[in-house]
Every structure is written in structure tokens, then in C-alpha cells.
Design a protein around this ligand. Structure first.
Ligand SMILES: NC(=O)c1ccc[n+]([C@@H]2O[C@H](COP(=O)([O-])OP(=O)(O)OC[C@H]3O[C@@H](n4cnc5c(N)ncnc54)[C@H](OP(=O)(O)O)[C@@H]3O)[C@@H](O)[C@H]2O)c1
Length: 242
């Protein structure tokens, strides 16, 4: 049995990744605030969890992770996909509570989930993989989206930290920058005024120029190239490479 754990399965890329994995015969554990009815079947389980509660990952998710590990899958892949694009605004205009909440979802929960994954799926016979869904925002500044950029940069360092620590031949940690996807996150980004989000024109341009790719297309490329195929430990993959 091949297993995958996907965060943020309610919509967008996460829903498409879970659907693609189920279609290919994977057993999938979805994690998030809400599931997606289209994913329901025997090979799908859902653990309800608000990733803003990152400090509670161990107590809340150890049972679901352990149930999956007890089935001794031949391979298991954690896809850290869930994220929020908020809070939007330049530094000086943000509420501390929104900054910390976003960092919990986009960074702290990614680290605590990965930590739990490494602890529970410790069997060296099992092929293990962590895929961190990042963004070009890890490298390029986006004025008004600084908190998101900080989290994605941190997430990419997590991939590198894992690659340095996890030396088993069947453990792989990678980052994917999935390109621009036609999801609610893009709708949200282009809905702001330039006063609040100085980089809004970039997002409007993606939409206007027809550059947004359907989530199902991105998901099928990620699964085929990065979940199923061999990958290079610690590497960052761009959409163009999929
Ligand atoms: N869209 C793009 O163009 C683009 C570009 C580069 C990178 N990415 C990355 O791709 C990934 C998927 O993005 P997307 O476009 O699919 O975003 P999306 O449509 O906004 O979906 C985000 C997902 O994350 C979940 N999520 C958000 N906050 C959560 C929380 N507190 N607890 C649990 N789940 C939470 C959402 O669940 P709820 O329904 O409960 O909110 C939803 O399932 C993200 O990592 C994003 O940074 C996207």
C-alpha cells in the first residue's frame, strides 16, 4: 500500500493533489479545517485540525499518523500544502495576531507536522518523502505579502535541514514551487487595492494574461514527477521542471 498525507484538502491544489493520489490508488489522509466531499471513499481518511494550532500537532494528530503507520505502507509521502496568503499589507500596517496566526499555518505547523512525520514513520524499511509546497515568494519579495514570503523562505530551509539530517537512502525531502494556479488564493491576492498590496498588479497580470493553470493539471504533474518518480534529496523543483 502507498500512502500520502495532504494538508489543506478542502479546495485548491490540496483537493486536486488528494484526488489525483486517490485516483492512482494511494491511501490518503487529509488534514485541515474541512474536508472535500468529492474525496470520500474507503481509501480516504480525514483528520480535522486547524493548522493555526501548530503547537497541538502532536496530541491532535499522533493517533491518525500512528493508525496509518500501523498499516505498514510501502511508501508514505507528506505533502505540506495548506497555506494562507494573509495577512496582506506592508509592515507597519499589520496586526500582530494576524502575523502570528499566518506564521503558525504557513511555517510552524509545517515544521511540527514534519517533526511528527519523522517520529512516527521511523521504520527504515518504509520509503518516506516530504514535499514542501513553496512559492517563488520564497526568493522574490512581494511588497504587501512579506509574511507569506518569510514563511515560504523558512519552509525551503526546512527541506534543506531535512536533507542534511535524514541520510537514509529511502528518505527524500524536496521543495516544489508550483507556479501560478487558478485557485482562491489568486482571487484573494488580486482583490486588494495597490495601497494595501503594492504588488497587486503582478497577480492581476497572471489572470489577465491567462497564465493561471488549473489545479488538476498542476496536481497531476506534481504526483507523477515528485511523488511517484525518483527525486533529488533537498532539491527545489519549479513548475517548469515538472
Ligand atoms: N495559487 C497559486 O498561484 C500558488 C502559487 C504558488 C504557491 N502556492 C502554494 O500552493 C499551496 C496551495 O495553495 P492554493 O492556491 O490551493 O490555496 P487555497 O486555494 O487558498 O487553499 C488553501 C488550503 O489551505 C487550507 N488552510 C488555510 N488555512 C488553514 C488552517 N488554518 N488550517 C488548516 N488548513 C488551512 C485551506 O483550508 P480552508 O478551506 O479551511 O481555508 C485550503 O484547503 C499553498 O502552499 C500556496 O502557498 C499557490
Amino acid at each position: 500500500m502507498q500512502a500520502a498525507i495532504v494538508t489543506g484538502v478542502s479546495r485548491g491544489l490540496g483537493a486536486a493533489l488528494a484526488a489525483e493520489l486517490l485516483e492512482r490508488g494511494f491511501t490518503v489522509l487529509g488534514i485541515g479545517r474541512a474536508s472535500n466531499p468529492a474525496l470520500e471513499r474507503a481509501s480516504y481518511a480525514f483528520a480535522r485540525f486547524d493548522l493555526a494550532d501548530a503547537a497541538r500537532v502532536d496530541e491532535a494528530l499522533t493517533p491518525a499518523f500512528s493508525r496509518l503507520a500501523a498499516r505498514k505502507p510501502a511508501s508514505v509521502c507528506l505533502l505540506n500544502n495548506a497555506a494562507t496568503a494573509g495577512p496582506v499589507g506592508t509592515l507597519g500596517r499589520l496586526a500582530s495576531s494576524e502575523v502570528t496566526s499566518a506564521l503558525m499555518v504557513n511555517l510552524a505547523a509545517v515544521v511540527t507536522l514534519t517533526n511528527l512525520f519523522c517520529r512516527v514513520f521511523a521504520d527504515p524499511a518504509m520509503a518516506r518523502r516530504v514535499i514542501n509546497v513553496s512559492s517563488g515568494a520564497a526568493q522574490n519579495t512581494l511588497p504587501g505579502e512579506g509574511v507569506y514570503c518569510v514563511a515560504k523562505a523558512g519552509m525551503e530551509m526546512l527541506t534543506r535541514a531535512l536533507a542534511a539530517e535524514q541520510q537514509a537512502a529511502n528518505f527524500r525531502a524536496i521543495t516544489v514551487r508550483p507556479g501560478v494556479i487558478d485557485t482562491d488564493m489568486q482571487v484573494f491576492a488580486r482583490s486588494h487595492s495597490p495601497e494595501v498590496l503594492p504588488s497587486v498588479e503582478l497577480f492581476k497580470g497572471f489572470h489577465r494574461d491567462g497564465r493561471l493553470v488549473a489545479p488538476a493539471i498542476v496536481a497531476s504533474k506534481i504526483v507523477a514527477r515528485l511523488v511517484v518518480d525518483d527525486v533529488e534529496h533537498g532539491r527545489t523543483y519549479s513548475y517548469q521542471e515538472l
